[in-house]
Design a protein around this ligand. Structure first.
Ligand SMILES: *Cc1c(COP(=O)(O)O)cnc(C)c1O
Length: 337
C-alpha cells in the first residue's frame, strides 16, 4: 500500500486542487489548525487539529460539493444547471449539496427515504434545498436521484467518487501545509475515500515524505477491504458511532479506489469504545463537539498505541454531525469498562 515511488494524484493533480481552492474561496471556511496542548503532552508529540467542524454545515463535505457545482457552472454555464442538482444523503453530504447549491444559485433536490426523521428533513430544507421522500431505504432514495438525472435533466453530485469532489476535499491538504509546512504525518478518516484521496494527493505532491494514515471502522471498512481484495467489494453496513464512515465505495468505483491506493501509506481500524473515548476526550479537553467519524485518528493512536513520539502530527477533525442521544451513547460506552 505504500505509494512512495509513484507520482501521486491519480486523476487528481495538485493543479486541480489549487483550482478547487480558488473556486471555493469565499464560499467555504478556511478552517484553523490549532495545537492541542493536552494531546501533545499526552503523546509526547506536536499534535494539531484541523477543525472542519467549523464549516457552516459542520463538515468538510462542503468543500467538494462547492467545488463540483462551481466547476460545472464554469464549464457549462449557469443555464445548463437550471434543472438543478441532486443527491441521496441525509448526512453531511446532503447538507453540503443543499448549502452549496443555494449559495451558487442552483436548485437542489435531496432524495431521502420515508424513514428519515422529520428533524433531519427540516435541517436540509432550512439550507435551501427541496427534500424528496421516497421508498423505505437509502437504495430507493438513490434510485430516485438517478431517475431525476435521467428523466428530468438534473445533475448528480456524488458523495466521494469524482475527481472534482476529491479535489475540493484536497484543499484541506494545501491549508495544512501552509499552516504547518513541516508536518510528519496526517491521520484521516476513510470511507469512500474522497477525503483521504484528495487530501493525500495534495500532501504527497507538496511534501512526498509526509506519512498519510487512514483510519476506518472495525466493521464495514469498505475501502480497506477493497484494497485488500485488489478491487472494489461490497460490505455489510453496521451501526456505528462513526456512521459517516459507513457505506460502500461503489462496485463501479472509478476515482477514489485508485487514488487512495496511491496516496495512503498505512491504515488502522478502530473499535466503538475507542471512538467513544475519543469523542468524550475532545469535548472534555478541547471543548469541541465532534461526531465519531471525526476522531478516529485519535482513537487509532490510543487503541493501537501508535508511536508518534517527537513527531509533528495533524488530525483531520472532519465533522460535528452528532445527535445528543448519540453523544450520550458514546459517553456511556466510554465510561463503562
Ligand atoms: C464523509 C465523511 C468522512 C469520510 O469521507 P470519505 O470521502 O467518504 O472517505 C469522514 N468524516 C465525516 C464527518 C464525513 O462526513
Amino acid at each position: 500500500m505504500t505509494a512512495q515511488d509513484t507520482t501521486p494524484g491519480h486523476g487528481v493533480s495538485l493543479a486541480q486542487i489549487y483550482r478547487a481552492r480558488r473556486r471555493i474561496e469565499g464560499q467555504v471556511c478556511r478552517t484553523p489548525l490549532i495545537r492541542s496542548q493536552v494531546l501533545s503532552e499526552r503523546f509526547d508529540a506536536d499534535i494539531h487539529l484541523k477543525l472542519e467542524t467549523l464549516q457552516p454545515t459542520g463538515a468538510f463535505k462542503l468543500r467538494g460539493a462547492t467545488n463540483m457545482i462551481a466547476a460545472l457552472i464554469e464549464q457549462r454555464g449557469q443555464q445548463a444547471l437550471a434543472a438543478g442538482v441532486t443527491t441521496a444523503s441525509t448526512g453531511n453530504h446532503g447538507r453540503a449539496v443543499a448549502y452549496a447549491a443555494s449559495r451558487l444559485g442552483v436548485p437542489a433536490v435531496i432524495c431521502v427515504s420515508r424513514l428519515v426523521p422529520d428533524n433531519k428533513v427540516a435541517a436540509i430544507e432550512a439550507l435551501g434545498a427541496t427534500v424528496k421522500r421516497v421508498g423505505v431505504s437509502q437504495d430507493e432514495a438513490f434510485e430516485e436521484a438517478a431517475r431525476l438525472v435521467n428523466e428530468e435533466g438534473m445533475t448528480l453530485i456524488p458523495p466521494f467518487d469524482d475527481a472534482l469532489i476529491a479535489a475540493g476535499q484536497g484543499t484541506i491538504g494545501i491549508e495544512l501545509l501552509e499552516d504547518q509546512p513541516e508536518l510528519d504525518r496526517v491521520f484521516i478518516g476513510l470511507s469512500g475515500g474522497g477525503l483521504l484521496g484528495g487530501v493525500g494527493a495534495a500532501l504527497k505532491s507538496i511534501r512526498p515524505q509526509l506519512q498519510v494514515t487512514g483510519v476506518s471502522l472495525s466493521a464495514g471498512a469498505a475501502m480497506f477491504e477493497s484494497l485488500e481484495a485488489g478491487k472494489p467489494v461490497a460490505v455489510d453496513e453496521v451501526e456505528s458511532l462513526g456512521d459517516s464512515l459507513g457505506g460502500g465505495i461503489g462496485l463501479d468505483n472509478h476515482c477514489t479506489f485508485a487514488l487512495v491506493r496511491e496516496v495512503m501509506d498505512d491504515h488502522y481500524q478502530v473499535s466503538e469504545k475507542a471512538i467513544a473515548e475519543a469523542m468524550v476526550n475532545m469535548l472534555q479537553h478541547e471543548k469541541i463537539l465532534v461526531e465519531g467519524a471525526a476522531v478516529v485518528g485519535l482513537a487509532a493512536i490510543t487503541e493501537h498505541a501508535i508511536d508518534i513520539r517527537g513527531q509533528r502530527i495533524a488530525l483531520v477533525i472532519s465533522g460535528n454531525g452528532v445527535a445528543l442521544e448519540t453523544f450520550d451513547r458514546a459517553r456511556q460506552l466510554a465510561t463503562d469498562l
